[in-house]
Ligand binder design. Structure first.
Ligand code: NDP
Length: 253
């Protein structure tokens, strides 16, 4: 089997698993953070879990960039730069900014994250830096690239800003949960997730790639059910939770 045939089969399988994950997560919420519960095997510290889960996303794409035949070309290098902008923060900075709360997560969740980020890193890196048609310099002037990059950066900013509002809710050493307010929290319960989805929508657009669409589908499959679970949790926990807030998409869901 050629690598292109393997890649195509993997992408199709990846879409199908995303669909299955989407349906399952409405019934079984991933057991970390406020949804943590016993019975998921050995546990590791949440900080270590985040580093372990997200580091493969930094390493795989960098590896496939270096192994590919487009090293130093402007467009692939911009793709790599945007990816690393998100994932260096997520893997190596964000875990140190988190405060208090649930101190451990199941090792099984971290290992699922490693698997997801490993396969996703292969799909993105191998496609963009080797298997796709080459991206000419003129791609930088293409409206899909320009609009996609703006959307990506807006999503990134929304994700960072919304996470920051959450992180500010706890003073050092404090645990527990409060109602987040301000920014995009005026409209939805999980604007950090919404920002993340907007970001990878921008990525799918700016790379105009099947691998980008697959990642967008996965991100939505993962985060939409979790946003719904967070929303229901807030409404049960805080009787004064703002009624007009939606779960994830302003005005819609
Ligand atoms: P959450 O919104 O559940 O929590 C983010 C952080 O804020 C956690 O440290 C949490 O503490 C704390 N927090 C949340 N709500 C409150 C509150 N009401 N009061 C006080 N502290 C609060 O996000 P996740 O942990 O699920 O995800 C973190 C980041 O990772 C997000 O930016 C998300 O978009 C991204 N992510 C991306 C995925 C993808 O598929 N691309 C998958 C999963 C996450 P605690 O941990 O104690 O609950």
């Amino acid at each position: 089997m050629s690598e292109a045939a393997f890649f195509n089969a993997l992408v199709i399988g990846w879409f199908l698993i995303a669909l299955l994950t989407f349906a399952s997560l409405f019934f079984i919420t991933a057991p970390y953070g406020r949804h943590a519960r016993k019975g998921w095997g050995p546990r590791i510290s949440s900080r270590a879990g985040w580093i372990v889960m997200e580091t493969p996303a930094v390493l795989t794409i960098t590896l496939f960039y270096l192994l590919g035949d487009r090293v130093g070309e402007p467009v692939p290098s911009i793709f790599l730069g945007l990816w690393l902008l998100h994932y260096v923060h997520r893997a190596w900075i964000y875990p140190f900014r988190r405060r208090g709360g649930v101190e451990t997560m199941p090792l099984s969740i971290a290992l699922m994250g490693v698997f997801f980020n490993g396969v996703n890193g292969y799909l993105q890196g191998r496609y963009l830096f080797t298997l796709s048609e080459p991206y000419a310099l003129a791609w930088i002037g293409d409206p899909r690239f320009l609009i996609g990059t703006v959307v990506f950066l807006v999503g990134f900013a929304m994700n960072l800003h919304s996470d920051q509002i959450l992180l500010n809710l706890r003073r050092p050493g404090e645990t527990g949960y409060k109602i987040p307010r301000g920014g995009m929290y005026r409209f939805v319960t999980s604007p950090n997730y919404f920002g993340e989805i907007v970001e990878w929508f921008g990525w799918a657009l700016l790379t105009w790639s099947i691998s980008g669409v697959a990642f967008l589908a996965w991100t939505f499959a993962n985060l939409a059910p979790r946003a719904r679970a967070h929303h229901e949790w807030y409404r049960k926990t805080f009787p004064d939770y703002p009624k007009e807030r939606k779960s994830l998409i302003p005005g819609i869901f």
